[in-house]
Ligand binder design. Structure first.
Ligand code: HSE
Length: 299
C-alpha cells in the first residue's frame, strides 16, 4: 500500500497580510510513501543534494507526527520525494514538506486525522500558519491562529489576474528573515497594514483590480527585510513600470510576487533584468493559482 501526495507551492503574506494570507501556486512537490522498517528517503529535483535522507528529513518527520497524533506506532517509512518547489526561496518548500509528510502519514494510517488537525499540526511545526493553510486548502487562504488551533478560510481568486514569480538564485532562511522584525511597531504602521489587507481582500473578492496598486503595500515586514534583499524596491518599481499592479516579497523572500491584470511577460522580463543589474541572477515566470490544495491517494 502506497500513499501518493501532491502539495502546491505557496506565497505567503501578499504584501500586508503578514502571517495571515497565503496563495497556492501550480508548482507541485510529490511524495510517494509506504510503511517500512526505519526511514529511507529518495529525493529527486530541488534540494536533492542537501536535504536529509534519514529520520531528520522534514517529510519523514511529518509522517511520524501524523502516526503519533493518531496514536499509531511509527516503525518507519520509505519515501520518494519529487521536489519541484525551489528550497529556501520563499515559496513554501518547508510548508510543502510538512504538509506532504503529514498527509502521507495520515493516508497510510487510514485517514484518522481531519484537515483541521493536520492544519494545526503543520502550523505548529512551521511556526506560522499562512503557507501551510494555502498548501492544504489551495487558492487564497486567510488563516488565523487561536489558542485552540488555526481557523483558515479559502477564498476564490479572480481568474483575470496573472501572478508572476521571480526566483533569485540566492537562498534565504525564514528564521533569519523573521529575526529582523521588531517586537512592536508604531500604531500608524499597524493601521496602515490593517487598511491595506482589508482593501486587498475586498478588491480580490469584488474582482476590482485597481485598488491592488495601493493594497499591496506593507509596513510590517518588508521594510525590515530590505537588509537581506536591498534590490527589492528597484525590482518592484520595474515590475510596476512594466504594468504590474504591485510587487511584493514572497513569504520571507528572496522570491518576489508581482500581480498583473494583463500580460505577465513584460513584467517577468523587467523583473529579471532589474535583478540582474543589481548583481543577482534569477528567473521569472507566471504561475497559475492552485485551487485544489494538497491531495492524497492510496494506490
Ligand atoms: N509569514 C511568514 C514570514 C512566511 O513572512 O515570515 C514565511 O514563508
Amino acid at each position: 500500500m502506497r500513499a501518493h501526495v501532491r502539495v502546491p507551492a505557496t506565497s505567503a503574506n501578499l504584501g500586508p497580510g503578514f502571517d495571515a494570507l497565503g496563495l497556492a501556486l501550480a508548482l507541485h512537490n510529490e511524495v510517494i510513501a509506504e510503511e517500512g522498517q526505519g526511514v529511507t528517503v529518495r529525493i529527486e529535483g530541488e534540494g536533492a543534494d542537501r536535504l536529509a535522507r534519514d529520520g531528520n528529513n522534514v517529510v519523514a518527520r511529518g509522517v511520524r507526527l501524523a502516526y503519533e497524533t493518531a496514536g499509531r506506532p511509527f516503525k518507519g517509512c520509505a519515501l520518494t520525494c519529487v521536489n519541484r518547489i525551489p528550497t529556501a526561496r520563499g515559496l513554501g518548500s518547508s510548508a510543502a514538506a510538512w504538509v506532504g509528510g503529514l498527509l502521507a502519514g495520515n493516508a497510510l494510517a487510514g485517514a484518522p486525522l481531519s484537515k483541521e488537525t493536520l492544519l494545526a499540526l503543520a502550523a505548529r511545526a512551521e511556526g506560522h500558519p499562512d503557507n501551510v493553510a494555502a498548501a492544504i486548502f489551495g487558492g487564497l487562504t486567510v488563516s488565523c491562529g487561536t489558542s485552540e488551533g488555526v481557523i483558515a478560510v479559502a477564498l476564490p481568486v479572480p481568474p483575470s489576474l496573472v501572478w508572476v514569480v521571480l526566483v533569485p538564485e540566492v537562498t534565504s532562511s525564514t528564521a533569519e528573515a523573521r529575526a529582523l522584525l521588531p517586537q512592536s511597531v508604531p500604531r500608524v504602521d499597524a493601521v496602515f497594514n490593517v487598511q491595506r489587507v482589508a482593501l486587498l481582500l475586498a478588491s480580490l473578492q469584488t474582482a476590482r483590480p485597481a485598488p491592488l496598486a495601493t493594497a499591496l503595500d506593507d509596513r510590517l515586514h518588508q521594510p525590515y527585510r530590505l537588509k537581506l534583499f536591498p534590490w527589492l524596491p528597484e525590482v518592484a518599481a520595474a515590475a510596476r513600470a512594466a504594468g504590474a499592479l504591485g510587487c511584493v516579497l514572497s513569504g520571507a523572500g528572496p522570491s518576489l510576487l508581482a500581480v498583473v491584470a494583463g500580460d505577465g511577460g513584460p513584467v517577468a522580463r523587467a523583473m529579471e533584468t532589474t535583478l540582474r543589474k543589481a548583481g543577482v541572477s534569477g528567473s521569472a515566470r507566471a504561475l497559475a493559482v492552485d485551487v485544489d490544495g494538497a491531495t492524497s491517494q492510496i494506490r
